[in-house]
Design a protein around this ligand. Structure first.
Ligand code: URA
Length: 490
């Protein structure tokens, strides 16, 4: 086994040198273990016992030259910035296969190609987000040179990749962009890239004060993010640049920094679905304590705070968090698993195929959906790529537990008399344990908060039952369960 230790998480040069050498020396992908110095070194040291040796000197020096398609080089440039642990191995596997399959990149159904393209798309999206959402705060003025600092947490390691964009846009401004991966410092002449920062390293007035609230901006900009906006941003990215070229930067820069609602910012921004008033309330709460200490006072605050949630990693690849929807005092609460593809884009629960199935069953059961509060156990869409599609992936226990925080707040605020858990994930979240659906349905289970819990199937399950007769039977039971829950409410 060859263990390759790269110098950093984004060490493309090191990867390239090692990968070329390994391929020339005929080291198969299964024989190569890729790791980063200081990240997982021990793990690999342990697996590298039993005759496995570090990469031999000749591998470090390179082998016979060969060429790879430019498209692969461009793909690798992006993939390497993804946070996936598989990225280096995936790229090496592809490089290895390219020797025998020069057309590999054109086989769109190939799992490696699909995976790499998906990772690259995630990275591009993270770069777009960073360009659109970084907001600077002024941290020094008067006698000192004016200096601006921004804190940002990109979904993937794109900080250095977007550096030229910020330098070009804010060329006459002294600025620092601090991220957990790398910090950019620009003094109008030279760019210095330093290791990543801790949020605590940010100057203190980034963390407090009326207009210096990182959590505020995170919640605010996350709440306005949607794919339509992103398209607008990338489409119009060139427009502001052309437009700005003719403007003295002295006029442009303070304008960008001082006002969130500037003309230029408005070009790349769409209105928030969450009122500014609510964002401000949430901001005040976030300022007064850590995120987890803060109780949302109403459902709008829950929705705003979910946009800033980092309780697990699912936010990274989701478009937005999807909060529940319905009357704030609904007597019946329906809890699904997690938003699907369409819900992730729309920002609303149960609007896709499962939602249509739910609507049909509710109507048959005589339950008005607009009198129910419809939500999910998990608020971000967990998925994996399959070609151009994003396929649902079941959330794990850690993710369900992390997200129960939000469902508990929704339950505390809505105070439903009856909570219906749709499917196994919702059951685990609502009851805190697994229950067999077939055995637990048609019973009112007492919950600790004095509400009653009802268990039934998930509408997506009904969509998947292959046999028509079994499907009809399951659907009838589903309708029966919804009717049962509604009778408990009445
Ligand atoms: N499936 C769910 O569990 N919830 C939704 O919102 C959509 C599909």
């Amino acid at each position: 086994m060859q263990v390759i230790r790269l110098a950093s998480e984004t060490d493309l040069t090191g990867w390239r040198a090692a990968a070329r050498s390994l391929r020339s020396l005929g080291v198969a992908p299964e024989e190569a273990l890729w790791t980063v110095d200081g990240a997982g070194g021990d793990l690999f040291a342990a697996t590298a016992t039993g005759g496995e040796a570090p990469m031999p000197p000749q591998a470090q020096q390179g082998g016979a030259p060969f060429t790879v398609p430019r498209e692969f080089v461009e793909l690798a440039d992006l993939v390497v910035l993804h946070r996936s642990d598989e990225r280096f191995a995936l790229l090496y596997r592809m490089l290895w296969r390219l020797a025998r399959e020069p057309q590999l990149l054109h086989i769109h159904s190939d799992p490696d190609v699909q995976k790499a393209r998906h990772l690259a798309a995630d990275v591009s999206r993270a770069a777009h987000k960073m360009k659109a959402f970084v907001r600077f705060r002024q941290v020094a003025e008067g006698d000192q040179t004016e200096r601006y600092v921004a804190w940002f947490e990109p979904a993937h390691r794109v900080t250095e990749m977007v550096a030229p964009f910020f330098v070009a846009r804010f060329a006459t401004m002294d600025f620092s962009i601090l991220t957990p991966d790398a910090c950019l410092h620009w003094d109008t002449k030279a760019l210095v890239v330093l290791p990543g920062a801790d949020p605590a390293d940010a100057p203190t007035n980034l963390q407090g004060g009326e207009d210096a609230l990182e959590d505020y901006w995170r919640a605010y900009y996350a709440s306005i993010f949607n794919p339509a906006r992103l398209k607008t941003a990338s489409m119009q990215q060139h427009m502001p640049k052309r437009y700005w070229r003719n403007l003295p930067e002295a006029r442009l820069i303070p304008d960008l920094i001082a006002r969130a609602e500037t003309r230029t910012a408005a070009m790349v921004r769409q209105p928030s679905s969450i009122p500014d008033r609510v964002i401000r309330q949430v901001t005040r709460k976030l300022r007064d304590g850590t995120f987890d200490d803060q109780q949302p006072a109403n459902l709008e605050e829950v929705a705003a705070m979910i946009q800033a949630c980092r309780r697990c990693d699912l936010w990274r690849d989701a478009t937005q968090g999807v909060a529940g929807e319905g009357p704030s005092r609904a007597k019946l609460m329906l809890v699904g698993e997690q938003p699907g593809d369409q819900e992730d884009l729309a920002g609303k629960p149960f609007v896709g195929p499962a939602g249509q199935m739910l609507d049909r069953a509710l109507a048959e059961a005589g339950v008005p959906r607009d009198q129910t509060y419809v939500t999910n156990a998990v608020k971000h869409f967990k998925h994996e790529p399959r070609g151009k599609r994003r396929l649902h992936k079941t959330p794990n226990t850690g993710e369900v537990t992390a997200c129960r925080w939000w469902l508990d707040h929704e339950r505390r605020l809505v105070k439903p008399r009856v909570v219906v858990a749709l499917g196994a994930t919702a059951v685990t979240s609502v009851f805190g344990k697994a229950l067999p659906i077939a055995g637990a349905r048609q019973t009112a289970h007492q919950l600790p908060d004095q509400s009653q819990g009802v268990v039934t199937y998930h509408p997506s399950y009904l969509l998947r039952v292959p046999d028509a007769e079994a499907k009809a039977k399951a659907y009838a039971m589903f309708v029966e369960d919804l009717r049962f829950a509604w009778r408990l409410v009445a």
